[in-house]
Design a protein around this ligand. Structure first.
Ligand SMILES: N=CN[C@@H](CCC(=O)O)C(=O)O
Ligand SMILES: [Zn+2]
Length: 435
């Protein structure tokens, strides 16, 4: 070894799931813990890690450019948030009273509110305004310890406005240290102009939107809100298969409210992930397990919608041996929070997941839900040096001491970008700012 760019020392506990592939069933509980550890980084990648004395003896005659001491804190892989609606205009706090008076999420949508309200605000916003708002949220996520974020479109619902949202996401990725992974979700709702003509809107998605998104290389994934009164199973299949033809891997907002068979469809077409799944059936879980579909669970959403029903994480893990991931679902309607740590607490409280399962769910399994398991999501030689430093003595402390942000620092691609809870000025090598 000739040179180390950054040596991270003073790690009280280094905690990570092992390997690159999704961790299924009981594997989710098995995480590696190294006490008094160190991590050596060169050119943005991990080149050595382990007990500090072993790493130091390995580096005895190696030039070390920079050493940081994290003061006995806990270090994990950088957290991955695999389901967000990051880029949008406006907010929907006016819906709070309606929801509290018992009007359902789907009823608000059917009355032209909900997602359609945010569609209007997104149309009205300039790219710069969308960028600025999403950038503030992205910084909140970073300060929470997140180093990779998925961002869906779906508040445009016209060719032009879907492209606008996706271009903003691309620009955010180009100008910030956090990696943004884009998903095209033109099938998030039926726009008012197509009311009663959903099939014609699906034609627009498959004939115009998907080819253009692919041509401009604006997304890696395609997602559909497959739900009663939104898009049917047949329409979802048609959209996702067309996406696949254009190289967009399928994801599904599946069986969130009604058990339409979205989980079964995810298995049938080999989707990379199926998300929400509160109403999914055993048959759906079995289909997902057979095809290696990752369930992305969103406990912040069921919590914020005031539901008593939650996704059946225990059955998915214990009975179906699925590789559960969790995400914020950050969006202006059903889950207006950027806090992955709040969601980790809710995964403990309402999904009954253990602290080890929760870490696996928001690192290696989340990374695989974004097709990035080879590069991020665990601490391993050769992987990107994405690390989160927590002011916490152990994993269980994170969901236990709730409602505060435990992140002390964040390292992304081998660069310290958050230290002492503060974002460092322009360390990423990418350019900060907007068009
Ligand atoms: N369920 C559909 N879509 C989003 C909510 C979007 C919104 O309400 O604005 C979700 O994943 O929860
Ligand atoms: Zn969503």
């Amino acid at each position: 070894m000739e040179r180390i760019d950054l040596l991270v020392t003073g790690i009280g506990r280094l905690v990570s799931p092992p390997g690159n592939v999704p961790r299924c069933g009981q594997q989710m509980k098995q995480v590696d813990v190294i006490t008094e550890a160190a991590v050596a980084i060169r050119e943005g990648r991990i080149v050595a890690f382990g007990a500090a004395r072993d790493v130091m003896s390995l580096l005895a005659s190696v030039e070390i450019v920079e050493i940081i001491d994290v003061g006995g804190r806990m270090v994990t892989p950088g957290l991955v948030d695999p389901h967000t609606h990051l880029v949008h205009g406006g907010s929907r706090e006016h819906e709070l009273a309606l929801k509290r008076s018992g009007v359902s999420y789907l009823d608000i949508l059917a009355q032209g509110g909900g997602i359609l309200n945010t569609v209007q605000s997104t149309h009205a916003a300039s790219e710069q305004e969308l960028y600025d708002k999403a950038h503030r949220s992205l910084n909140e996520m970073l300060l929470n310890g997140v180093t990779t974020v998925e961002a869906k479109s779906g508040y445009g619902l016209t060719l032009e406005d879907e492209l606008k949202q996706l271009r903003v996401a691309k620009h955010l990725n180009d100008t910030n240290p956090v990696e943004i992974v884009s998903t095209f979700m033109g099938a998030h709702a039926v726009p008012p102009a197509y009311k009663g003509r959903t099939e014609e809107y699906v034609d627009l998605i498959v004939n115009d939107m998907i080819p253009m998104v692919a041509e401009e290389e604006l997304a890696e994934f395609c997602d559909v809100f497959c739900e009663q009164g939104v898009f049917t199973i047949e329409q979802t299949r048609r959209i996702l298969l067309k996406g696949l033809e254009y190289g967009l891997l399928p994801k599904i907002h599946a069986d969130e409210i009604e058990p339409l068979g979205g989980a079964e469809l995810a298995g049938e077409i080999g989707a990379i992930s199926a998300e929400h799944l509160l109403a999914a059936t055993d048959k759906g879980f079995a289909a997902m397990a057979e095809q290696g579909v990752i369930p992305v669970l969103l406990p912040g959403t069921s919590f914020n919608l005031g539901l008593t029903k939650h996704a059946r994480a225990r059955d998915m893990i214990d009975a179906f041996e699925l590789p559960v991931a969790i995400a914020t679902d950050y969006n202006p309607g059903s889950c207006p929070t950027e806090s992955i740590q709040l969601v980790m607490m809710l995964a403990s409280l309402n999904l009954k997941m253990t602290p080890e399962e929760i870490l696996t769910a928001c690192t290696i399994n989340a990374a695989n839900a974004l097709g990035r398991g080879q590069h991020i999501g665990s601490i391993a030689v050769g992987k990107r040096a994405d690390l989160t430093i927590f002011d916490a003595p152990n994993l269980a402390y994170l969901p236990y001491h709730f409602g505060i942000n435990h992140t002390f620092g964040v390292i992304k691609n081998g660069k310290v970008i958050v230290w002492d809870r503060t974002i460092m000025p322009k360390e990423s090598g990418k350019e900060e700012g907007a068009r």
